[in-house]
Design a protein around this ligand. Structure first.
Ligand code: NAD
Length: 503
């Protein structure tokens, strides 16, 4: 699409501590999903725009990478304080572009802020180790140093939290950043970059380039970009992993998900029903840790479905700026794609217990609405079961035993999150051992680890060796250098071509 001729604003990139228009003439519309209108356009960066951002980041790295830990921490703490004081501003921006209800936007921001607080502990996290007298008069020590300019590519569903999984840790460790946020809700990234500048971050340390495939490819190919942290759908994650590693970069690429919640007959079914509804329909199901499949052991399935259905009747779908429980989907196309699965469900013989197309909405008629939907007796051959739908569609699959439930979960291609609901500690312990999934909840439906653990799935939910944030995030954004040093006794023992041995 060519640059808009309407009066709508156009969102620029953020390069070198200021807005940057760049040379691309391509833009994309940004919607207000609850109104169904275009609120602005965003520039789609060219290869040259990415080059300008990387050049700014490379220049800033010379100084920032060499800035004292104390001076870097001062900026981090100021950023944390400003962010905390002004988080409501960000929540409003987030709701207006993503559509999630304000309380959910506030929750996303709180979880992102946790990572800023974790990164405030960087002096401790990047302490090296020291072995005195490893050999006579010889000391050996390890240092953790930054890796340089790092690239981040983020998805639409957490426009603040997912970038926050990475850039605070990268920057506190001495790296400089080029972030390519989702073109569907790009403003939170600019808000955070401007706030960081206000907190005293030197120009060029944190840059934002908007765009699509062209900008991502430019980051993947740029020789001065040391690493890529990607979060998005599995096909693009695989593409980014393959191309980034081929270009010699470190890559962590987090992909899609299909998360199961296994319910054993002894579980508290009221807790289960509350949890299934919260985790299935929060953020309109557009969460990589959403529960999309309830796996119920036969004997309790009818009772559980009835309890879930009753609770769904109380949910209000509407404009997230009002007091609603669930907002719209991100675009009309995505809403239509998700709604298409309801026709598939009927054709595949499922029970459409609650049809979200019939929803009464507290919001504008043109919003991208689809109400909470419950589909029971879903065959595992149906695309309703096999596809990541990424919308407010909760499926129920019935199994005859714990063993069948675990086998079903382990047979899936994804391995992001899962949960078991039971009052049997032995069963829960067995589940945590046997299930082949990266993040496990026990009577907790969305087990997103706190900032000082690491976030990431297994199998097609994560390509690469490092999870996001926590200890693995620190490892990803640093490289270790081992130094072997001798100061005393400058005499040497003469020529010896043998491999060095310690004495
Ligand atoms: P997406 O894959 O469409 O986009 C992610 C990013 O990739 C965006 O910045 C986008 O501009 C870019 N992109 C899109 N097409 C591209 C292409 N052909 N080449 C290069 N880059 C491209 O994902 P989305 O729709 O924004 O987000 C939803 C997906 O993200 C879901 O699959 C969800 O499960 C996943 N997700 C995963 C996690 C996780 O931690 N595993 C977290 C959040 C979201």
């Amino acid at each position: 699409m060519n640059l808009s001729t309407t009066d709508l604003p156009t969102l620029d990139h953020w390069i070198g501590g200021a807005t940057y228009a760049g040379d691309s003439t391509r833009t994309a519309p940004v919607h207000d999903p609850a109104l169904g209108t275009v609120s602005k356009h965003v520039r789609l960066g060219s290869t040259a725009d990415v080059g300008a951002a990387v050049a700014a980041a490379s220049a800033a790295y010379v100084t920032w990478g060499d800035t004292s830990i104390a001076a870097r921490q001062t900026v981090m703490f100021r950023f944390r304080e400003l962010f905390d004081a002004r988080r409501d501003e960000l929540a409003e921006i987030l709701t207006s572009e993503h559509g999630k209800v304000l309380s959910d936007a506030a929750g996303e921001i709180a979880r992102g802020l946790e990572v800023v607080e974790f990164a405030c502990g960087m002096p401790h996290l990047i302490k090296g180790s020291y072995s005195e007298n490893a050999s006579t008069g010889v000391d050996v020590y390890s240092l953790k140093q930054p890796i340089g300019v790092v690239g981040i590519v983020s998805p639409f569903n957490f426009p603040a939290m997912v970038p926050l999984w990475f850039f605070p840790i990268a920057i506190a460790a001495g790296n400089t950043v080029v972030l390519k946020p989702s073109e569907k809700d790009p403003s939170p990234a600019i808000w955070m970059a401007a706030l960081f500048t206000e907190a005293g971050l030197p120009d060029g340390v944190f840059n934002v380039v908007h765009g699509d495939k062209e900008a991502v490819d430019a980051l993947l190919e740029h020789p001065e970009v040391a690493s890529i942290s990607f979060v998005g759908s599995t096909p693009i994650a695989r593409y980014v992993y393959e191309n980034g590693t081929r270009a010699g970069k470190r890559v962590q690429a987090l992909g899609g998900a299909k998360n199961h919640m296994l319910v054993l007959p002894d579980a508290d079914l009221d807790l289960v029903a509350d949890s299934a509804v919260n985790a299935g329909f929060g953020s309109a199901g557009e969460r990589c840790m959403a529960v999309s499949v309830v796996v119920a052991v036969d004997t309790i399935a009818d009772e559980l479905v009835a309890k879930i259905r009753d609770r769904m009747g109380k949910l209000v779908t509407g404009d997230g700026r009002r007091s609603c429980d669930m907002g719209p989907l991100i675009t009309a196309e995505h809403r239509d794609k998700v709604a298409g699965y309801l026709d598939v469900a009927v054709a595949d013989g499922c029970d459409l217990v609650v049809d979200g197309r019939d929803v009464d909405v507290d919001g504008a008629a043109e919003g991208f609405w689809l109400g909470p939907t419950l589909v029971d007796k879903v065959p595992t051959t149906s695309t309703v079961y096999t596809d990541e739908i990424f919308g407010p569609v909760l499926s129920v699959v019935r199994v005859s035993s714990y063993a069948d439930g675990v086998a079903l979960i382990n047979a899936g291609p994804y391995g992001n999150g899962t949960a078991i609901f039971t009052n049997d500690g032995g069963a829960a312990r067995r589940f945590q051992r046997e299930v082949e999934i990266g993040m496990v909840g026990i009577n907790v439906p969305i087990p997103v680890p706190v900032a000082y653990h690491s976030f990431g799935g297994w199998k097609a939910s994560l390509f690469g060796d490092a999870k996001a944030y926590g200890p693995q995030g620190v490892e990803f954004f640093t490289r270790e250098k081992a130094v072997t040093s001798r100061w005393l006794d400058p005499s040497h023992g003469g020529l010896n071509l043998g491999f060095p041995q310690n004495s």
